[in-house]
Design a protein around this ligand. Structure first.
Ligand code: NAD
Length: 346
């Protein structure tokens, strides 16, 4: 079988990262990315050699690219015609309209966490339900928060056989490149309770009983989760064995905040920039070792999420699930991560 032909619809914060991660793999290739019109983001596609398509099929919109010196290979229909799978990275809530385009083109499709589970009836995280997504027509890679919750909760669930969780998402107000959102001087509770983040975990692991609250705070660099998980009696775990479980699980970094002088998200992101992935990304979930404690059957912990990047390797694994080319999620994760780090010379 040749390389999987991947199209990216929406070359923004998530789209450009997924494109790089796909480009790093030897079993898939980028056949096109879309922009709504000419803008600085087109330069990156040109630099990477990704064919640039217009988000729409209108002749005028396609022609507008040339007025600013960009070569546009055509409208979205032309891109979909040559793709095996399209990764929809449009802003949230545009899914229903785009889904029709994908179905009409007969191409497999993946949405992001800004869309609801109901759009596809199927959602995805690598560690929770890779096998349930094998050969599906389309799915949704869950949000950065839900991905982060899955990474640490699924291994716990797999050991315990049941899990009841209450958590609070302390959310960044905006991405670093976003000038439209806030708050900039307030703490903003999400007044629809419970928030969607916790229950969204149940779209990939229905067996975990979980609820969440959320507040937005004036920072742009990470989310922090404050989590309380009730384990069933007889679980046989200790604080140290839970830390070892996470250290041995993919895409989780466990480090002592005090010993490493990593006590806030600012230092965690500085460490991520030192790792050297593009954009200073941190694909792993960061757990503060000294913030984890099992008291009786109740587990307390904090974790930090780099919102723009933890879902990126999941998208790559998800492509393999939809195409049915890798049935073992751990094998896909290992392949994805090794290829990305090799791509960046790490
Ligand atoms: P973004 O605004 O940075 O990028 C969206 C891109 O899509 C832009 O280039 C925009 O021009 C383009 N676009 C606009 N209308 C379009 C359309 N109709 N069809 C296709 N493309 C269109 O948004 P983002 O942050 O990359 O978010 C994309 C998706 O990923 C959303 O569902 C979001 O909820 C989800 N997500 C975002 C983050 C994050 O931290 N930014 C994390 C996880 C998941």
């Amino acid at each position: 079988m040749g390389k999987i032909k991947v199209a990216i619809n929406g070359f923004g914060t998530i789209g450009k990262r997924v494109a790089d991660a796909v480009d790093a793999q030897d079993d898939m290739e980028i056949i096109g990315v879309t922009k709504t019109g000419p803008s600085f983001g087109c330069d990156l596609a040109v630099k990477k050699g990704f064919p640039l398509f217009c988000t729409f099929d209108d002749k005028e919109k396609i022609a507008a690219f040339a007025t600013q010196g960009y070569e546009c290979s055509g409208g979205i229909s032309q891109m979909l015609a040559i793709a095996d799978v399209v990764v929809d990275c449009s802003p949230g809530k545009m899914g229903a309209e785009n889904l029709l385009k994908y179905q009409n083109a007969g191409v497999k499709y993946m949405f992001q966490g800004g869309e609801k589970h109901a759009l596809t009836g199927l959602s995805y995280t690598s560690c929770a339900n890779h096998s349930a997504n094998l050969n599906a027509a389309g799915t949704r890679v869950v949000s950065c928060n839900t991905t982060g919750l899955s990474r640490t909760l699924v291994p716990l669930y797999d050991h315990c056989g049941s899990l009841t969780v209450e958590c609070t998402m302390i959310r960044r107000a905006a991405d670093p490149g976003d000038s439209k959102k806030g708050p900039i001087n307030a703490i903003k509770p999400v007044l629809s309770v419970p928030s969607h983040h916790g229950p969204d975990v149940m779209t990939v692991k229905p067996e975990i009983s979980i609820n969440s609250l959320a507040v937005a705070v004036p920072t742009t660099i990470m989310h922090v989760h404050s989590i309380i998980a009730d384990l069933p009696s007889g679980h046989g775990l200790t604080t140290n064995s839970i830390l070892d479980m996470w250290k041995n699980s993919p895409r989780i970094i466990v480090m002592s905040g005090a010993e490493n002088k990593l006590t806030t998200t600012a230092e965690v992101m500085e460490m991520a920039r030192d790792i050297g992935r593009k954009w200073g990304d941190l694909h792993e979930i960061f757990v503060w070792e000294d913030g984890v404690k099992l008291v009786g059957d109740r587990l307390y912990y904090f974790q930090a999420i780099h919102q723009e990047s933890d879902v990126i390797p999941e998208n790559v694994d998800c492509i393999r699930a939809l195409m049915g080319t890798e049935t073992d999620w751990r094998a896909s994760v290992a392949k994805t991560d090794a290829a990305i780090d090799a791509y960046y010379g790490l």
